[in-house]
Design a protein around this ligand. Sequence first.
Ligand SMILES: [Zn+2]
Length: 263
Amino acid sequence: MTVGIIGGTGIYEIVEMGSVLEKKVIQTPFGTSPEMIIFNLHGKEVVFMSRHAEGHAYPPHMVNYQANIWALKNMGVECIVATNAVGSMYQSIKPGDLVVPHDFLDFTRLRKNTFYDDRTVHVDVTEPYCPLLREVLNSSGKVVTEGVYVCTEGPRFETGAEVQMYRKLGGTVVGMTGLPEAVLARELEICYASICMVSNYAASISPAKLTIDEVFDEVEKKREVLIEIISNSIIKIPESFKCQCHCALDGAEVKSGQESEDL
Ligand SMILES: [Zn+2]
């Protein structure tokens, strides 16, 4: 089982816990991948990818999510643990807490959100995050074991009114990088789960104006805890397991000749 890690801000050090085998950049039909670091950790082959490329080169709305997921699939990755920085929409979930979402609300607008523009594929996302992988993350350290991830387009932060709306709709945390990544992984039949680090309270929950320094300060403090949980989860991921994510395309495609107008 090759495991992929998509790192948001600040978890590159996990690579230093293992032994690096190779660094690779590949061409995908969607563009060049970021550099992938293939390393061995706890006897497993792990591929680390920095979502924003080196030096935070791409802001969330400009990340090439298609190239990223395609490249990991191409490397033989069968399950992905992603990290995302989020704002909390509840006082009870504090900066520094880690949340493993079980569902999402997608408010992105301008992103390429599917691999299937040339055929009609409707993947099931009743459980958009892999339940098996979530279980592994939830048992690997102290985390909030469920929550609804709200993804906004960015790059600006949310308004107070938007945050109040997201809360009314059932959102728990809000970020800019979780989608379409999770769906693209499902479309390529890769197990995918996310561990979100709360870096701040979202607007109108927070007493003060948000600054990017606040985000990076909080991430810096909890980085080691997050890395430890991911490392523990690598140990727990079974060498091979059967999961519904690995057959996500079964029955998802509208074949030629089938009526699709009513979908
Ligand atoms: Zn799965």
